[in-house]
Design a protein around this ligand. Structure first.
Ligand code: CTP
Length: 397
């Protein structure tokens, strides 16, 4: 699993750094390529000479040596994964704050590769609210945080805070790379955002959907190796990954057509868009003037994309819907699951603070065909997206 993987190991100033020569040795034995970065404090705990010998590559520690500048940007591009092990409290705080006073931090801040950390500290530091808070911040920044072990600590006390053993870290890396390729080659269709239904050239019927949930899902599916097509209504999200095929649409009818084009070819479809249920039956060609006295707008039902995908679903295709509810959440979600022939419905309720439109967090419950259900805590939409993709991946097995 680690054969040919490029691992950038960042070592920080913690007594647990004594384990890193064993870790580097195991990585090299597993066929990985390793480059080591050290903070200045780390060199007090383990010798750069040991790590450069074992990694078969010079250890980098300074942003510049006399006349040479270390290219931290290219280091992050070179790596398949940056692993910071051990992660000291000090470096954790600096990562969370975006500080950049050494090569390891500069590399972290410019890393385009995924980052994993293995914390190591005494139990009282591990339990401190500042540490918990900083870990939460770097998780939000996208870092995978490995657990700590329980046992004898440098202080002589026994408790939580030990860095994982090299063998456990190798196991975690193997699992990580396995997960990363778990959806290789799977075709995923996602809808996101609102739709706008024109009343006249100026006005439309829309809703508050920001598209953040659907975009977060697209990102996670792509990270796991899937071939992602995102059909997006009008949103103000710009920075999507170039690996995601994006089809921009405005209306429910356009979204329907784009999805139907992909209906025969997807493996997984996730309908996260807040599609308008009604559209004006006539769109005025000119701006409607108030003197004309508009009394009512005639609406007609839009086509239900999820329901139609459910109608034409082929064996092996997995169809996931969303249900945004305000009341009778479970009953409404189960009704949608059944009526639209979905395999899974992700329910979020506007009754839950922090869930739904316009916010960066969400709280979801999954309802499966067959009666199973799974509830999650309030989390950022990117972490919710990971939970949803993990659950879908389990279903595929
Ligand atoms: N959906 C869809 N096409 C529509 C309407 C909804 O694909 N024209 C999808 C949504 O993307 C979502 C699911 O159906 O995955 C449920 O959407 P929701 O708005 O919660 O429910 P509706 O079916 O529209 O029913 P209601 O508005 O009455 O709750």
């Amino acid at each position: 699993m680690l054969e040919g993987k490029k691992i950038l190991l960042g070592v920080t100033g913690s007594i647990a750094a004594y384990k890193t020569p064993f870790l580097v040795r195991r990585l090299i034995q597993s066929g990985a390529e390793v480059k080591v970065l050290m903070t200045p404090a780390a060199t007090d705990f383990v010798s750069p000479l040991t790590l450069s010998t074992l990694s078969r590559s010079p250890v980098l520690s300074n942003l510049f040596d006399e006349a040479t500048w270390a290219n931290h940007v290219m280091l992050g591009r070179w790596a398949d994964l940056m692993l910071v092990a051990p992660l000291s409290c000090n470096t954790l705080g600096k990562m969370a704050a975006g500080l950049c006073d050494n090569l390891l931090l500069a590399t972290y801040l410019s890393a385009t590769c995924p980052v994993m950390v293995a914390p190591a500290m005494d139990e009282d530091m591990w339990d401190h609210p500042a540490t918990k808070n900083n870990l939460e911040i770097i998780r939000e920044q996208g870092c995978a945080v490995l657990p700590v072990g329980f046992g004898e600590l440098a202080s002589g006390l026994t408790g939580e805070g030990r860095m994982l053993e090299p063998e456990e870290m190798i196991g975690a890396l193997e699992l990580y790379f396995e997960k990363k390729s778990s959806l290789n080659g799977k075709k995923v269709l996602i809808t996101a955002g609102p739709t706008y239904e024109a009343i006249d050239p100026v006005r439309f019927i829309g809703n508050h959907s920001s598209g953040k949930m659907g975009y977060a899902l697209a990102d996670v599916f792509r990270e796991r190796g899937a071939d992602v097509t995102l059909v997006s209504g009008p949103v103000s999200i710009n920075g999507f990954h170039p690996g995601i095929k994006i089809k921009k649409v405005i209306t429910a009818a356009e979204m329907y057509n784009a999805c139907m084009e992909a209906a025969a070819n997807y493996d997984i479809a996730v309908m996260a868009a807040a599609v308008a249920d009604f559209s004006p039956s006539v769109v005025a060609e000119q701006k409607i003037k108030k003197e004309e006295g508009l009394l009512s707008i005639n609406l007609e039902k839009t086509k239900d994309i999820l329901a139609q995908l459910g109608n034409v679903k082929k064996p092996g295709q997995l169809l996931v819907g969303f249900a945004l509810e305000t009341n009778n959440e479970k009953a409404n979600a189960l009704k949608k699951l059944e009526e639209k022939n979905a395999d899974l419905v992700v329910m979020n309720s506007l009754g839950d603070a922090g869930a739904g439109f316009g916010v960066d967090t969400n709280k979801v419950t999954l309802y499966y065909k067959g009666g199973k259900e799974k509830a999650f805590e309030l989390k950022s939409k990117s972490l919710v997206a990971k939970d949803i993709v993990d659950s879908i991946t389990e279903l595929l097995k």
